[in-house]
Structure formats: structure tokens, C-alpha cells
Design a protein around this ligand. Structure first.
Ligand SMILES: Cc1cc2nc3c(=O)[nH]c(=O)nc-3n(C[C@H](O)[C@H](O)[C@H](O)COP(=O)(O)O)c2cc1C
Length: 218
């Protein structure tokens, strides 16, 4: 068995203090997102800052986590796009309680968001679908995401067929493809610190929609 016990880093790049945080977690998310993106200047090794892990509780009772791309966020919540018939889509249909998480290596930060997922409006999904490159649109049409398929060739054959079908035509958004808006109920910010004494601040939404802030032990 591979022993990894010597893999160890000290996190010392920043701090997260109550004296320097906003009332609203979206503002802090926004600050951290851009600080991470800008960290080390334009030539720094690029972090895919909007890549996040979405965890759902599946129909089989198991949690499952996978990476998707965050495409928009504001005070309402966080939006990503996917196939509504995929494994995650079916899971969300049954249980909309999800968790989004980000690990930002550059800035030694983690953000964990518990929230409730709902489908975005048709207009929001249409607008985003229309903004995608043609290849990505066809990819969304051709893929019955999460279904078992016989081979790679099967996928490529179907794509070829669609390409000729839609040649110089507008590719419409499949009804089973669109966005989810995750409305946050709890947002935890984790900043790595020296000696494993990390900073953790949790925001929890209150009945009057204000946010309660608490420090958690690392
Ligand atoms: C960097 C990265 C970005 C991804 N972005 C998306 C995305 O935005 N939407 C999506 O449906 N899948 C995306 N995927 C693929 C998902 O991780 C996953 O394989 C797919 O959504 C099927 O998941 P499911 O079968 O659990 O529903 C991405 C994967 C990676 C590694």
C-alpha cells in the first residue's frame, strides 16, 4: 500500500478574520473568487476558478459528487447547466438539497455551500444555450448524459448524423437540458493557516433572510 503520510503542506498565504468580512456571504464569495483568479498575476498557473463540486443524494441513497462549471452567481444563488435527465438531474428531482464546494489551491481556500436547487427559467436556459459554441450545443443534443452506451463510435456516429441534420440550422435547446439555480442556506469559508489552525467562518440564513456568522473550530 502506498504510504502518503509525508505529504504535508503548511498553509500560510492569508487569513479570514471577523473584522474584515461582509454581512453577506455572496460578497465574500465574490471577493475570494476574484482574489483567487488574480492570484500571482496573469502568468500564474491558471486555476479553473469556476469549477465546483456538486454533491447530491442519489436515488440509491448514496451521496455522489462531480465537478461542473459555475456559470453565474448573484444574491439569489449559484447557476450551473446540465442535463436534467442525468444521474444528478434525477437525484435533484427527488431531493433538491445539494452541496456545492470549491477548493482553490492558489489561495489555499475552500468554500462549501449547502443549498436548495431549482430549475432556472426557460429563458435563462435558452439564453445560455444560445451563447454556447455550435459544437457544445450539438454535444448537449447528442448526449443522453449518464446513460450506458455501447461505444465511443456510437456517440460519434450520432454526432455526424446530427451535424448533417442541423447543417446551417439553428440548434434548439433540448427541453431536458438547462440550468439549476442553487439558493444557499449555509456558506462556509475555510482559509488554510499555519499549524492546522485554519480559519472557518460559517454563514447561515435566518428566518428574516439575514445571515448569522459563526466561527468554527478547525
Ligand atoms: C472541469 C469539469 C467541468 C465540467 N462541467 C460540467 C458542466 O458544467 N455540466 C455538466 O453537466 N457536466 C460537467 N462536467 C462533467 C460532470 O463532472 C459529470 O461527469 C456529468 O455531469 C455527469 O454527471 P452525473 O452522471 O453524476 O449526472 C464537468 C467535468 C469537469 C471535470
Amino acid at each position: 500500500m502506498e504510504d502518503l503520510s509525508h505529504y504535508r503542506r503548511s498553509y500560510e498565504k492569508s487569513e479570514l478574520l471577523e473584522s474584515n468580512i461582509p454581512e453577506d456571504p455572496i460578497n465574500l464569495f465574490h471577493r475570494w473568487f476574484h482574489e483567487t483568479e488574480d492570484f500571482g498575476g496573469p502568468n500564474a498557473s491558471g486555476e479553473e476558478v469556476n469549477a465546483m463540486t456538486v454533491s447530491t443524494i442519489g436515488l440509491d441513497g448514496f451521496p455522489k459528487a462531480r465537478v461542473v462549471l459555475l456559470k453565474k452567481y448573484n444574491e439569489e444563488g449559484f447557476i450551473f447547466y446540465t442535463n436534467y435527465n442525468s444521474e444528478k438531474g434525477k437525484a435533484i428531482e427527488q431531493n433538491p438539497h445539494v452541496c456545492l464546494s470549491f477548493f482553490w489551491h492558489n489561495t489555499e481556500r475552500q468554500v462549501i455551500i449547502k443549498g436548495i436547487a431549482e430549475k432556472t427559467s426557460e429563458i435563462i436556459s435558452d439564453n445560455y444555450f444560445d451563447s454556447r459554441p455550435e459544437g457544445s450545443k450539438l454535444g448537449a443534443v447528442v448526449s443522453n448524459q449518464s446513460e450506458v452506451i455501447p461505444s465511443r463510435d456510437f456517440l460519434e456516429e450520432n454526432l455526424k448524423q446530427l451535424e448533417s441534420e442541423f447543417e446551417s440550422m439553428v440548434i434548439p435547446r433540448p427541453k431536458h437540458w438547462g440550468g439549476y439555480l442553487v439558493r444557499p442556506v449555509e456558506v462556509e469559508f475555510w482559509q488554510g493557516r499555519a499549524n492546522r489552525l485554519h480559519d472557518r467562518i460559517r454563514y447561515s440564513v435566518q428566518e428574516d433572510y439575514s445571515w448569522k456568522k459563526e466561527r468554527l473550530s478547525p
